[in-house]
Design a protein around this ligand. Structure first.
Ligand code: GRF
Length: 282
């Protein structure tokens, strides 16, 4: 698949990053609908960062120590947007994202969790499954919401729990399934995203510096410094700002997405204040 049509993925890790590596390896397939644009971590020493950098993938590290959470997350957010990231995969990222961060990437953050959700949210999932006498364990890929491990489950894989399993032996068996499940579900999610015009518009508009989504009259609309640069006039019509007014673009039928993306970027350019223009469009 041409790079231009692949959705750009940012991966957040805190440790060894074996799920991140599985996503990177999946992205090497010619028909994979996502490309890994950035691997970022709250732990500058995370082994996964070295692994990714050695393979020529852009990396970013920011320790949250000594700064307010909002400042830390703003730095991560800026790094992701600078890399053109359109959706985020959490892969062993050991921090709870703030509601503000989740809101900013609403519906575009996925996570893999080593249990069959809704069972065993949080930590020590394998020990808890063994302790409960469960016959099966597994992993879940879900959408990230403000609440820990609570968003919609997109896919799960089961593994048996054997007599004599320890948390470690079970974790190793589940991990094999994680590495298979995450790339598969992520690819399905990206394909479904690409099929939705509004998602595509959203992911184009919201990576522009300072862009926010602020509905007008109940319709999706995108602003920079409170000025609208793109808005949905109805379900099938996008309006983008031009130097002298508005241009309507029909989204029904055959759509030239490159032209739509250019028009959105142009709308942002004629709307954004000078300071943001210097930060660059696309
Ligand atoms: C995995 O078990 C994942 O499900 C959980 O944290 C672990 C991360 O492992 N969220 P890795 O860093 O991907 O190897």
């Amino acid at each position: 698949m041409a790079d231009a049509v692949r959705r750009k993925l940012g991966i957040l890790i805190s440790g060894r990053g074996s799920n991140m590596a599985a996503l990177v390896e999946a992205a090497a397939a010619p028909d994979c609908p996502f490309a890994v644009a950035l691997v970022a971590s709250d732990k500058p020493e995370a082994a996964g960062l070295t692994w990714a950098a050695e393979r020529g993938i852009a990396t970013f590290a920011q320790s949250p120590k000594g700064m307010p959470k909002a400042e830390y997350e703003a730095r991560i957010d800026t790094a992701l947007r600078d890399a053109g990231v359109e959706l985020i995969a959490l892969a062993g990222y050991m921090r709870l994202l703030s509601p503000a961060f989740v809101e900013r990437w609403a519906g575009r953050i996925l996570n893999i969790h080593p249990s069959l959700l809704p069972k065993y949210k949080g930590l020590d999932t394998h020990a808890r499954a063994i302790e409960a006498g469960d016959a099966v364990a597994g992993c879940s890929v879900h959408v990230v919401t403000e609440e820990l491990d609570a968003g919609a489950v997109l896919g799960q894989a089961e593994v048996p729990i054997h007599a004599g399993d320890t948390a470690e032996t079970l974790a190793a068996r589940v991990l094999v399934e994680e590495h298979r499940l995450y790339p598969q579900i992520l690819a399905e999610f990206v394909r479904s995203m690409t099929d939705q015009p509004l998602d595509r518009i959203r992911s184009t508009a919201l990576v522009l510096p300072g862009a926010e989504e602020a509905p007008t009259d109940g319709r999706p609309s995108f602003t920079v410094e409170h000025a609208v640069f793109a808005r949905m006039a109805d379900d099938n019509t996008l309006e983008v700002r031009t130097a002298d007014g508005w241009r309507s673009i029909a989204l029904a039928g055959e759509v030239d997405w490159t032209a739509v993306e250019d028009a959105i970027a142009h709308g942002w350019e004629v709307t954004a204040p000078a300071a943001l223009l210097e930060a660059g469009g696309r």
